[in-house]
Each structure stands twice: as C-alpha cells, then as structure tokens.
Design a protein. Structure first.
Length: 137
C-alpha cells in the first residue's frame, strides 16, 4: 500500500511538471478513449459520423505519442518520456481488458471501434517493447 501511495505521489509530481500541451492532449485522448470503449459495447453507435472523428482524434494523439518517442533518442528518465510510457501502458492495459470483455460479451468483430483498439494495442505493445529494451525500467 505504501508503494502505491509513493507511485501516485511520484506520478502527480510528474503530471505537474509536464507541458500544458501534453496535459491537454492527455485529457482529449482519455475522453476520446472513453467514448470509443463505450461505442464498442453499444451497437447503436457503430457508424455515427461524430464517432469517426473521435476515433481519428484518438488515433492521431496515440500516433503522436508513439512516433515522437521513437524518433528522438531521449533519456529514459526525462519527465516527458515517463509520461508517455505511463500513458501508453495505461492505454494498453485498458484496451486489453476491453478486448477480453468484448469477447466474453460477443461484440461484433466488424465493430470499427474494436478494430481501432486492436490496431492501437499492436502499436502500443511494439512501443512498450522498444521502450523496455532501451530503458530497462
């Protein structure tokens, strides 16, 4: 329990020290991510035009996080790299849970939101493998 409290305090300090643009992108990504997860389990939202825009926004932000990390040779201890690793890790775990629950509840395999989540998970896993190889933590 003490370890969790320490990690939360550490993460809060990192959050306070990152750039405002990353905070805004994170908030937009999490809001988009929440709607995408909701749309996986609600077939009425399958082809809503606004949802296409939300999926595009989310994939663009994730693409930015992954692409920006892979191009720059950054120090693994930098606050931005920590934040990116944390965001990508949380998103990967959440997508894995959503996919597992989706299979239990037999979600349509042609669901566009589910396909997007699967593709993003593949990219996130690749990023995390690369980051763990380069950083060791």
């Amino acid at each position: 329990m003490k370890w969790i409290k320490h990690r939360l305090e550490y993460s809060l300090k990192k959050w306070q020290s990152i750039y405002i643009t990353y905070k805004i992108l994170f908030i937009i990504a999490m809001l988009s991510f929440s709607l995408i997860i909701f749309s996986v389990f609600n077939p009425d939202l399958k082809n809503v035009d606004n949802l296409v825009a939300i999926r595009t926004i989310f994939s663009s932000i994730i693409g930015f996080l992954l692409e920006n990390c892979s191009q720059n040779k950054t120090n693994c201890n930098e606050k931005v790299m920590f934040f990116r690793n944390l965001v990508v890790g949380i998103i990967s775990i959440t997508i894995t849970i959503v996919i597992m629950v989706g299979y239990i509840y037999i979600v349509d395999i042609d669901n566009a939101s589910m396909l997007l989540l699967k593709n993003i998970l593949f990219s996130c896993i690749g990023f995390l493998i690369s980051a763990s190889k380069n950083c060791g933590k």
